[in-house]
Design a binder for this molecule. Structure first.
Ligand code: 8YV
Length: 309
């Protein structure tokens, strides 16, 4: 049982998530993590993976010993600091795989077959002047996945029926029926479509740089459903402007919700506003899993999906 007003909600939640929260919790809300902390003696925080929590927030509330984030990514949490203070953390892996993988595949086809432009082509009546451009088939191509965690593996399985070769990179080779590359450059050189499904970390910061984009090449496509920080956006913009790669589909950006305006004028991109997990079913599952973790904490039971630093 979660004691009344023991949990501080930090950050703005979409209505469908807020409804779930309000059905299960009586809590205080702090929409701005840099704002004034409401009065109360809070022992846990409920937040979202798009809401960065500064360590100062925890320093001002020493009674907080648990933070549950709605999202698989936990780069919004000061994990090292939490570890030193013995503050537990949980995320919501597994329940958003369907939504994220479906978006990735949708973006893949949207990019290869230029579906947004095709719709514009019909709507603008340009079709009456001649046929739409010839695009590319997925079958027969090599799809490279950077990051073979839950989402990466789920995505690979869903891509198998599309007659593609699958390859991957990550910290270590896994028992998977796909070609392993020990580094991102090698994977980029070997694949036609490179999909980013890895966590944001010091190791993946700006991992996709000019060298990797050069290796991906003029017929290569980049899809990012992970985090904007994984891509050197200045290098990507040059590669797209100079057609050093064929195109990019981006659901995440360095500066959300105000991505670099230079992306907006390009004709070889497909852009979405960080909607990977943004389906009703998924967000309800994520919210309830986060609250289940809070319940486990207050019941002094092991967390369901603890983040181990
Ligand atoms: C969003 C995500 O963070 O799960 C993640 O890491 O990036 C998305 O699900 C969403 O805002 C979670 O509430």
């Amino acid at each position: 049982m979660i004691p009344v007003n023991s949990v501080l909600q930090v950050g703005q939640f979409p209505e469908i998530m807020q409804l779930e929260i309000d059905q299960r919790l009586i809590t205080s809300k702090m929409l701005d993590p840099q704002g004034k902390i409401p009065d109360g003696s809070f022992t846990a925080i409920l937040t979202r993976s798009n809401t960065p929590l500064p360590k100062e927030l925890f320093e001002q509330m020493p009674s907080v010993k648990m933070v549950a984030t709605c999202g698989v990514g936990y780069d919004n949490l000061p994990l090292d600091f939490l570890s030193t203070r013995g503050i537990k953390a949980s995320n919501t892996p597994g329940v958003l795989n369907d939504a994220v993988c479906e978006l990735a595949i949708g973006m893949l086809f949207g990019l290869l077959r230029r579906i947004p432009e095709a719709q514009e082509f019909v709507k603008s009546t340009a079709w009456s002047q001649g046929p739409f451009i010839i695009t590319s088939t997925l079958a027969g191509k090599c799809v490279g996945i950077a990051g073979m965690g839950r989402i990466g593996q789920d995505l690979a399985k869903r891509l198998e029926p599309f007659k593609v070769k699958l390859a991957y990179t990550g910290p270590r080779k896994k028992d998977l029926p796909y070609e392993y590359h020990s580094n991102i450059q090698s994977l980029a050189k070997a694949c036609d479509i490179l999909i980013l499904a890895c966590p944001a970390s010091p190791e993946t910061e700006k991992m996709i740089d000019e060298v990797v984009l050069e290796a991906l090449g003029p017929l290569g496509y980049l899809i990012n459903i992970a985090r904007g920080s994984i891509v050197d956006e200045a290098a990507l913009l040059v590669a797209l402007q100079q057609k050093k790669i064929a195109g990019a589909a981006l659901d995440v950006f360095e500066n959300e919700p105000n991505p670099n305006l230079k992306f907006l004028n390009l004709d070889n991109v497909l852009l979405t506003p960080h909607i990977g997990s943004a389906t009703a079913e998924t967000r309800q599952l994520m919210t309830n899993l986060a609250i289940d973790n809070l319940e486990a904490f207050y019941n002094q039971q092991p967390l369901l999906t603890e983040v181990i630093n």
